[in-house]
Design a protein around this ligand. Structure first.
Ligand SMILES: [Zn+2]
Length: 344
């Protein structure tokens, strides 16, 4: 009987050695320790032995059963621990790895220039107004002292929506709309898109202006010069100089076109031993139109030109962006070519 138990013990040890999973262990347990298991049957047979043999054999059988139980439990726990360890290693975080960098966009150069211009005027106390893109002829032309037979209308290359409505050709109609609705003093800017039938290296059928105007008692041309000097110096640098050239606009009198010293050659007309191509060797760049608001415009909005005065100006934002960022073709601003945009 003892020999049978020894042989069974060796067999069980072999079977356990061959186990690779909890399922294998369960099969071995049932095969030897189950209700009809081999060891269970041997233990049942102990009762049939001679009384003097029973205690020794019974003890051996029990000891074997305990060993097998312990062995199965130990294997289960070891494997469980190994699985857990494996999981931990698989899920381990390396906190020294650099973070994942998501590509992110940035503001379009045109928007950047527009935002900067608006921020400069707001810091000087100007309020921001917007108006409709589809405008009536009255606000775009008539109220700005451009009657229907005025030659200036031809210069505007207007897009017509219907007989009386157009895509606004400048942001100046916002000036009229603001003045129609409030009394001076007013310091306002009107940034936004404008539309003209024009398309080449320096012209786009849709472009952006910042219109600005200030109306109060005793506003002078000197105030205009002060505001615009601050604007260009903040936009292009403190060394930037201004030059006013007499000009003509129907809605201002007197009118001026305003040049700044060339942002590339600084007014020296030459760079790196060659002539400056940006200012075409003139040393100056045209950037703004401005003037004192025409009495006819004040009358159109119900102001008394004997009492109030004011100045108005308009700056093309594409021009500002091109000069500020060294862009030579206006169309690049609207093609949304990422190879171009990523340079900024
Ligand atoms: Zn230059």
């Amino acid at each position: 009987m003892k020999a049978t138990l020894d042989a069974l013990g060796a067999e069980i040890e072999n079977a356990l050695d061959g186990c690779r999973s909890d399922e294998d262990l369960e099969r071995v347990r049932i095969a030897y320790l189950g209700r009809k298991g081999r060891l269970t049957e041997v233990m049942r047979g102990v009762g049939a032995l001679a009384p003097e043999e029973r205690p020794a054999v019974g003890e051996l059988a029990n000891a074997l059963k305990r060993r097998v139980d312990e062995c199965i439990t130990a294997l289960r726990e070891r494997w469980k621990a190994e699985r857990r360890q494996h999981e931990l290693e698989r899920e381990r975080l390396d906190v020294t790895l650099p973070g994942r960098v998501w590509p992110y966009g940035h503001v379009h150069p045109l928007t950047a220039a527009l935002d900067e211009a608006v921020a400069i005027f707001v810091s000087l106390g100007f309020s921001v107004y917007e108006g409709p893109h589809i405008e009536d002829e009255y606000h775009n032309f008539e109220a700005l002292n451009i009657p229907s037979d005025h030659p200036a209308r031809d210069m505007h290359d207007t897009f017509f929506v219907d007989h009386t409505h157009i895509l606004r050709t400048h942001t100046s109609p916002v000036q009229i709309r603001v003045m129609e609705n409030q009394e001076p003093p007013i310091a306002a800017i009107a940034p936004g898109a404008v539309f003209r039938h024009d398309d080449d290296v320096t012209h786009s059928p849709m472009f952006h202006q910042v219109e600005g105007f200030l109306v109060d008692r005793a506003v002078t041309f000197g105030d205009l010069k002060g505001v615009l000097s601050l604007f260009v110096q903040r936009m292009f640098g403190d060394d930037t100089r201004l030059r006013f050239r007499p000009s003509f606009f129907p809605f201002t009198e007197p009118s001026a076109e305003i040049d700044i010293s060339c942002v590339i050659c600084g007014g020296a007309r030459a760079v790196n031993g060659g002539t400056c191509r940006v200012c075409k060797a003139t040393g100056w760049l045209e950037i703004l139109g401005a003037g004192m608001i025409h009495p006819a415009v004040f009358r159109a909005v119900g102001y008394d030109p004997e009492v109030v005065t004011g100045f108005a100006f308009g700056v093309g934002i594409e021009r500002v962006a091109m000069l500020k960022y060294g862009i030579t073709d206006i169309r690049l601003l609207f093609q949304n070519d990422l190879r171009f945009l990523r340079q900024f």
